[in-house]
Design a protein around this ligand. Structure first.
Ligand code: HPA
Length: 250
């Protein structure tokens, strides 16, 4: 059991998802870690009768850009609080046909294009942490997320490859063309090192990607605007509380 007792589900919110309104009797847990402070307090409360934690990845006022998020502290704090499974909400751009704006997807692969981020808990001391990462998202947790979505009547695309870019700028069309050639279906800035750190901690981890826009050069529009991103995230997120409720039945 962690410092705060076991948590049935932890949710990390991305751009546009800064609160879990459905969380009842939420208390703020301020946790410090050997890796520094997480992005903000863990909001721990009840949902569908279960103990659930929520953390806003970018901070509750979105003060932290993707390359400044302390991913190590975030995952460590959730682990310390007693979380064993983490559902990461990631706002993304869509590259391939099935992943247009407002689509929800549960990717099964990723490619890491980020650099310079603290991406491991292993700094050369203690047991080597060459964790297996062939399947970066926990297969049976992914299956539970997909089943919960079905039970909630939500369409979620099963699978896809998430390309994690450094940001904070959006990509060039040539960069997106390269990601497409590499096999990426989705592009976002926060998928790594989060998934790798979760694996190092032995957490069950899945990503629910919220497609906010067509990635550069993939849609009709010339420019991607923050307004478009936030509007699409809000629309696509409407069904998430019912998905969480179904997930907590498992
Ligand atoms: N690229 C990278 N990250 C993103 C995008 C994008 O087009 N949209 C939302 N997050």
């Amino acid at each position: 059991m962690g410092v705060a007792g076991d948590i049935a589900l932890a949710v990390i919110g991305g751009t546009g998802v800064y609160r879990l309104a459905a969380l009842e009797d939420a208390q703020a847990l301020h946790i410090d870690t050997p890796y520094g402070a997480p992005s903000g307090p863990l909001r721990v409360g009840r949902l569908a009768g279960a103990r659930v934690a929520f953390l806003a990845r970018h901070g509750e006022g979105h003060a932290l850009p993707p390359h400044r998020v302390n991913y190590r502290a975030n995952l460590y704090a959730l682990h310390q609080a007693g979380a064993r499974r983490v559902l990461a909400l990631n706002t993304v751009g869509g590259i391939t046909e099935r992943y247009g704006p407002r689509v929800l997807a549960c990717p099964d692969q990723l490619i890491d294009y980020t650099w310079g981020r603290a991406s491991t808990y292993w700094d050369g001391e203690g047991e080597p942490l060459h964790v297996d990462f062939g399947q970066p998202y926990t297969p049976h947790f992914r299956a539970q997320v997909l089943a919960a979505a079905r039970a909630a009547g939500l369409e979620v695309v099963d699978g896809g490859c998430y390309g994690a870019t450094q940001g904070p700028r959006l990509e060039t069309r040539a960069e997106i063309a390269r990601l497409r050639r590499d096999g990426c279906d989705l592009v976002g800035m926060t998928g790594m090192p989060e998934a790798g750190l979760a694996r190092e901690l032995g957490l069950e981890y899945a990503c629910l990607a919220i497609v906010a826009n067509w990635a550069a050069g993939c849609g009709e529009g010339d420019e991607i605007t923050l307004e478009e991103v936030l509007e699409n995230v809000a629309a696509a997120s409407a069904g998430l509380p019912s998905l969480f409720r179904e997930l907590l039945r498992n």
